[in-house]
Design a protein around this ligand. Structure first.
Ligand code: ADP
Length: 257
């Protein structure tokens, strides 16, 4: 294998890599010496108390912020310089609330996912097919011409997933997607994430409900400024990482692999 092949092989396996990353807002440390890799095909649940740095970690991962120390790479490139936007689907916290005030239809939101693929500003048949398939995949075809503002929280979340699917994203990042969504829709939503992950989509999910995340994610990262744990859900529930992270004890880092 040539050096170049080896490099691209590494970058495909590690979708995300944090190497000794520290970050603070002014004097205030928010993340301290975080090292973490997320492999292609992972479904990572990111947990930790309020204010523990989860959203900040995701913003660093997406290249929206730069670390004070250490390195963040995304698909093998420095995250802040990564410009292959269609490979990423990001549903920010409260994004769907903001969308509820926009006078756009479901199809229009999903179509946005296709913008980076368009040739000379026009949608091709392939684009239209990708949009229809994405609508169908998350079961919102019947709602395609409705305004997103008139949908329930759960339906709106699925529309945002459809946007990422239309974009053919390789990595889907969700920040507390089910806040304000009823229990039944939540279950459906997590079943959908599970199926998409099985089909090969890499998922990073911030979720405050530990029970939900340990049931559905295939790996857990537990954060409170430092990384307290990264490994499989079964090991996570057996360790003291959760109590340590939430109790503010000193952090032994448990790596279960
Ligand atoms: P979480 O997502 O785990 O709730 P955040 O990453 O949102 O945590 O926040 C981590 C810490 O950084 C919190 O103490 C928060 O108040 C602070 N913080 C977040 N965003 C900013 C900002 N833009 N400016 C200053 N402090 C911030």
């Amino acid at each position: 294998m040539s050096e170049r092949d080896a490099a691209s092989d590494r970058s495909e396996r590690h979708v995300v890599r944090f190497d000794g990353v520290s970050f603070g807002f002014g004097e205030r440390p928010v993340l301290e010496d975080v090292s973490l890799t997320i492999d292609s095909g992972a479904f990572l649940g990111l947990v930790g108390p309020n204010g523990s740095g989860k959203t900040t970690l995701v913003e660093l991962l997406l290249g929206l912020r730069r670390p004070d120390e250490g390195r963040v790479t995304l698909f093998g490139e420095p995250a802040h310089a990564f410009d292959d936007g269609e490979r990423l689907g990001y549903v920010a916290q409260h994004a769907t609330e903001a969308a509820s005030r926009m006078p756009v239809t479901v199809r229009e939101v999903v179509r946005m996912g296709r913008y980076p693929h368009r040739l000379v500003g026009r949608f091709s048949d392939a684009d239209r097919r990708a949009i229809d398939e994405a609508l169908d995949r998350v079961d919102v075809t019947d709602l395609a011409d409705r305004r997103v503002g008139n949908l329930s929280g759960g339906q709106r979340q699925r529309v945002f997933i459809a946007r990422a699917l239309a974009a053919e994203a390789d990595l889907l990042v969700l920040d507390e997607p089910t806040v304000g969504v009823d229990m039944e829709s939540r279950e459906r939503f997590y079943d959908l994430l599970h199926d998409l992950n099985e089909e090969g989509l890499t998922i990073v999910l911030i979720e405050h409900d530990i029970g939900v995340v340990t049931t559905h994610a295939t790996e857990i990262a537990c954060l409170n400024r430092q990384l307290y744990f990264h490994g499989d859900p079964e090991t996570f529930v057996e360790t003291d990482a959760l109590a340590d992270a939430y109790g503010g004890n000193q952090a032994p880092i448990h790596h279960s692999h």
